[in-house]
Design a protein around this ligand. Structure first.
Ligand code: SER
Length: 597
């Protein structure tokens, strides 16, 4: 049975049994505390406790979902990224699930699962697991589920397991949780595959899973008023069992062209490509774009890892796999057909191409690759951690993902804090994060540099084009340091033109003033802003404009402070340009003494 029919049969089965079918939510959840959607229950989480599923309008179906729902959910787990390449681990996957928020409980949930697998699909259940109980948290052995399974199939093997395997949740900082029962089937190779996880959300825990495991004082499981059901069945695993293959990669849920990859390329790499191609298409389809932060950083890593393999094995054409994924999934998920997906992929490919080869050479030159060295390779050449670890081999033996991430964070803190060392973090009369000054004199200089930085951004966009966006800025009395998106070194002529353009704006003695206007108006006026920042409804827009014609040289959302007239900036001088990693350049500049007025 093909995957399209498996999805359809599942959803129809539950629709016929009184469930509302709810479309998959985006991989990028509304909840900003969660990076990506990791399970089907995520979009329904509030229905188990605070929201009324019979009254609250669900945004994607425009009416309340009712007590019972079913879905096929796009999901993404970064926790397994290091295991991808073996026979079963994936980043992106689909999860079939039925859920109940007080409508039914163990009896129906177990009976539905049994009927769907054995009758509807004609599969054989190898065995099931149930919770063995844990006194210290006050949860008894799940005798009820044991009895229910036995009543459906007296010969079925029922195994008892503990917290680690068959107690789900809570996800995040608190939430519903409870014992589970898991269903295993055999694949064609005779291995036991866990296909379906049925969670009985009986409890609410006012803390995280770590706190629950540690038994934090003062936090106890509370019984939910209405116990609920949350089930999840991995579609890839179900397809492997239903299509009788040895691994998920041979099912019709993976790009078929993988089998054409020459034999001398190891299977592990083929599987990584098969997984990452799906991950890339689905992340891009949900609006994620490669970046150095959050979901964008996950996307960048999977794309770049594929690009490294493509560089090493030119017969691997990543783009063709992406197109196969679009073709495979377009019927069920129309969003994956978006033509921007290939366009965005190519943009990232172009950006990375410039540094990839040099980065790999540099990687080979390093003797010992610790977290700091690995981070430098990422920062300067855009090499993802996974590649550094793999190709660093013995030299990167001690390199751990956690340490690398720590280095990452440390670096972000350093750039945020700017010259903390110099200021010792104390005695500043101004510290906006971007601007720092210890006394009145310094305040005047950084204010002049600040206005000059606005003019610099405008000039860069005039000379290099509108693809230039601010990527960071740090201003001390000695200099302004401005990072911006641009993927090559500026020519000397371009640097000269930028400097000239800023100095001309200064000489025109433009007015530098601000207006407080609604954010959306500011955007409509073309004021520059940082999409990563959160702005209030009403914002300050600083414009450097000609007092007579009103024509603006620069407009930016900003909190100030700025000079009132550009002539008081003095002469602007670019000190140097540098690269800060793939696709980002840095300019350092200062201002000379302001002319006496
Ligand atoms: N939330 C559970 C899981 O992800 C069941 O859907 O496995």
């Amino acid at each position: 049975m093909d995957a399209l029919s498996l999805r359809k049969r599942f959803l129809e089965f539950f629709e016929q049994r009184g469930h509302t079918i709810v479309p998959s939510s985006s991989l990028v959840p509304d909840d900003p505390s969660v990076l990506l959607t990791t399970a089907g229950m995520q979009q329904f989480k509030p229905y188990y406790a605070e929201l009324d599923p019979e009254k609250t309008i669900h945004p994607s179906i425009g009416k309340p979902v009712g007590l019972n729902v079913a879905s096929c959910q796009k999901s993404f787990r970064t926790s397994d990224i290091d295991e991808v390449g073996d026979e079963s681990h994936l980043t992106f996957f689909e999860m079939l699930g039925n859920f109940s928020f007080g409508g039914y409980f163990k009896k129906e949930a177990i009976a539905y699962a049994h009927e769907f697998l054995t009758k509807e699909l004609g599969l054989t259940i190898a065995f099931v697991t149930v919770f063995e109980g844990k006194d210290s948290i006050g949860v008894p052995k799940d005798e009820e589920s044991i009895a229910l399974w036995k009543s459906l199939d007296p010969k079925l093997r029922v195994e008892e397991q503990g917290m680690e395997d068959v107690f789900w949740g809570p996800t995040g900082s608190s939430g519903p949780c409870g014992p589970t029962t898991e269903i295993y089937c055999k694949n064609a190779a005779g291995q036991d595959i866990e296909v379906w996880n049925i969670v009985f959300n009986q409890y609410f825990y006012p803390g995280s899973r770590e706190e629950l495991d540690a038994g934090v004082a003062g936090k106890k499981l509370e019984l939910l008023k209405k116990p609920g059901v949350d089930t999840g069945m991995g579609l890839e695993r179900l397809a492997m069992v239903a299509q009788k293959t040895d691994s998920v990669f041979e099912t019709d849920l993976f790009p078929p062209g993988i089998v054409l990859i020459p034999q001398d390329i190891e299977d592990r790499i083929k599987r990584i490509i098969a997984d990452h191609a799906r991950a890339t298409v689905f992340l891009l389809a949900d609006g994620v774009r490669p970046s150095n932060k959050e979901a964008g950083y996950v996307l960048r890593r999977v794309v770049r890892r594929m690009l490294v393999y493509q560089f090493l094995y030119p017969s691997l054409r990543v783009e063709s796999f992406l197109k196969e994924v679009q073709e495979l999934f377009g019927k069920f998920y129309p969003e994956v057909k978006n033509t921007e997906i290939i366009f965005e992929f190519k943009k990232e490919e172009e950006k990375f191409q410039g540094t990839l080869e040099r980065g790999l050479k540099e990687l080979q030159r390093q003797d010992v690759i610790d977290a700091a060295a690995a981070f430098r390779l990422y920062e300067s050449f855009g090499l993802p951690y996974e590649i550094i670890k793999e190709f660093g081999k013995e030299r990167a033996r001690e390199l751990m993902r956690e340490d690398f991430e720590k280095e990452f964070e440390k670096h972000q803190e350093i750039s945020r804090a700017g010259k903390e060392g110099k200021f010792g973090g104390h005695g500043l009369i101004l510290d906006t994060g971007e601007l720092k000054a210890a006394n009145e004199e310094e305040l005047q200089v950084v204010t002049r540099l600040h206005t000059a930085t606005h003019l610099l951004q405008a000039a860069l966009r005039k000379v290099l084009g509108e693809g230039v966006h601010q990527a960071g800025s740090d201003i001390t009395p000695e200099r302004t340091r401005f990072d911006f998106t641009f993927d090559r070194k500026l020519t000397d002529e371009e640097v000269r033109q930028v400097e000239l353009s800023v100095n001309e704006a200064i000489k025109q003695n433009l007015d530098m003033g601000y207006k407080e206007i609604p954010f959306h108006k500011a955007v409509a006026l073309g004021a520059l802003y940082s999409p990563r920042e959160k702005y209030p409804d009403v914002v300050k827009v600083y414009s450097a404009q000609n007092p007579e014609t009103g024509e603006a040289f620069s407009r930016e959302l900003c909190g100030g402070p700025h000079v009132e007239h550009t002539l008081s900036i003095g002469k602007f001088h670019i000190l140097k340009q540098e690269s800060v990693g793939a696709g980002v350049r840095r300019i350092r500049a200062r201002v000379e003494e302001a002319p006496a007025t």
